[in-house]
Structure formats: C-alpha cells, structure tokens
Design a binder for this molecule. Structure first.
Ligand SMILES: *Cc1c(COP(=O)(O)O)cnc(C)c1O
Length: 304
C-alpha cells in the first residue's frame, strides 16, 4: 500500500500579507503521481477488504471526469485488481481525458443512462449489472460512488497521520466535501482537538450534515458545537460550476504560490478561506491547515 509521508507546506499568498495568521497546506495531491489525493484513502480499505476475501475485481460508479474512477483505475493497475467503471450517461464520441486514462490502465467501462445511474445504490441494480457482465456476486467488490461508505471514512481517518499532523497544533482545519465521507474521517481523527471547517461544493447541501453525522459517534455528532461546521455558501453555483472569480483565484494562487488548485473542489475551499480572512472572521494569531485533497486531473475538464 502507499505509506509515504505526505508533505506540508507553508501557504503565503498576497491575501495573507501583513496578517497574523499562519497557514499550512497538506499536499495530498503529491501522494502519488496518479493515485491522487483523498480518493486513495477512500479506496484503501476497500482494496484490503477485497483482497482478504480473495476478490480480484472492483466495480464502482462515476461521471466522465470522476477523480474517484481515475484513482480506482490507477490503483487497480498498481495493485493488480481488475476494475470496472460504471459511467453516467451515453458513451461519448470522444471519451474525456479521464476516461482515456482509465481505459489505458485496463479499466472496463460500462456506460449507463442517467435514469439507470440513479439506481447506483440499489443492490438489485448491482445484480442486474453483474448479470450483464456475466459475473458472480462473490467475484466482485462494489465500492460506492466517490468511495464513500464506512470503509472510505475509515481510510480518511489516516489523512492527518500521513502528514504526521497533530491536530492540537492547529485551530482550524479546512477541507472540501462532495459526499462528506472525507470530512467525516477527518472529524473523527481530530476528535474535537481543533475545529474542522467543511466546505460543501454542492448547492443546497443542508442534507450533508446528516450524511456526515451518520459516521460520527454522539460526542462529535452535533455540528453546532465547536468540533466542526459546514459551510454551505461557497459552492460557486453548484457542483462542477465555476465563476470568473473562482477561475481568477486559481490563476492567482498558481502565480503567487506555485500551487495548483482544481475548479471543482480545492479552488472552492481555498477561496472560501480567503473570503473569511477578508471578512475578518478568522481570529488573529490562528493556526490553520488547509487540506489539498488532489483532483488536479479533473482540471482537464474545464474546456469541455
Ligand atoms: C472527491 C473529492 C472531494 C470530496 O470528497 P468527499 O469525501 O466525497 O466529500 C474533495 N476533493 C477532491 C479533490 C475530490 O476529488
């Protein structure tokens, strides 16, 4: 498995100039050249579980630019699993760069209609897919879309440890949420030692509070307490949507700090942080950790 130490870097863009707040970035994007970011942590225990059951095929779900499908295909090649990606929507004339990568790594792709894709959490639908593929249930390990689920959360509890981070050294830890599974794992590992700020990249994601809570025990489950909070207004229009401000911010961070951010997740978190700094809502003297969850391969989807 991948066990190297993840680097931490000081973050000092212009908007932190002459402000007494120290900010570090945990660079999960540097974990591995292709098995990038938080998606590795969500896959790790799924792969271990499949291996312990002697299952050699992993099936999961995603869209044409999915970071999860990309990481799964790369991990499958690296660790010798056959992988199957169930992709939302008709087969495109020209596959996305993401899908070209995963096919080159040996992933089998199955395109399904959007209405079928909505059934991705139903065991009955999994059975239909397996029948189509002439596979037996015991031969395939099914990973939920995005790698969420308890095994995914369990892996995300290891994120801070992989940077040898002691949460007590920070006042705030910020990260992006799509399903909230990564956030749940980080909140569990922090265990109230500092405040975790979870930035939703989805619009209207009030449901995410309950989605995160289901993985937390009672001592951490109330997001109105000091342990964690959910920011719902920094989605820039919704999942996969961008604004000129966001795109300019990504360009600025690249030129000021040499730090690459993606437009779906990390750009939105870092921009949300900048806005809180500008609003004066981060206490003077605070120590902040921003988690770079990876996802840079998805930048290739910007032009499409
Ligand atoms: C998938 C993803 C997330 C969101 O993770 P969840 O566990 O679904 O909340 C955040 N950042 C990047 C780069 C991702 O690819």
């Amino acid at each position: 498995m991948l066990n190297q130490k993840v680097p931490i870097e000081v973050f000092h863009p212009d908007f932190l100039e002459s402000i007494n707040i120290s900010v570090d970035v945990l660079r999960l994007d540097l974990l591995h050249p292709v098995i990038s970011g938080n998606k590795w942590y969500k896959l790790k225990h799924n792969l271990l579980e499949a291996k312990s059951r002697d299952i050699k095929t992993i099936l999961s779900f995603g869209g044409a630019w999915s970071n999860h499908i990309h990481a799964l295909a790369a991990a499958g090649k690296h660790f010798d699993f056959k992988t199957i990606g169930v992709i939302r929507g008709e087969k495109p004339k020209k596959p996305s760069a993401t899908l070209q990568d995963v096919e080159s790594w040996g992933m089998e792709l199955v395109y399904v209609s959007r209405s079928d894709y909505r059934r991705r959490y139903e065991p009955e639908y999994h059975q239909i897919l397996l029948d189509q593929l002439s596979l037996q249930p015991n031969d395939v390990w099914v990973v939920p879309e995005g790698g969420s689920g308890e095994l995914g959360v369990k892996g995300c509890e290891e994120i801070l440890a992989s940077g040898e981070i002691d949460p007590i050294e920070y006042d705030q830890i910020w990260l992006a949420a799509g399903t909230g599974a990564t956030a749940a794992g980080v909140i569990r590992s922090v265990a109230g030692q500092c405040h975790v700020k979870v930035v939703s990249v989805l619009k209207g994601a009030a449901f995410m509070e309950a989605d995160i809570k289901q993985y937390l025990d009672d001592s951490l489950s109330d997001c109105s307490l000091n342990d964690w909070s959910l920011k719902l207004d920094n989605h820039c229009g919704g999942y996969g949507k961008t604004t000129p401000e966001l795109m300019q911010f990504i360009v600025d961070m690249e030129s000021q700090c040499g730090l690459s951010l993606d437009q779906v997740y990390t750009g939105k978190v870092f921009l949300a942080f900048k806005k809180e700094i500008e609003a004066g809502s981060v206490t003077d003297g605070s120590r902040v950790l921003l988690i770079h969850t990876g996802g840079l391969q998805g930048r290739r989807g910007i032009a499409s």
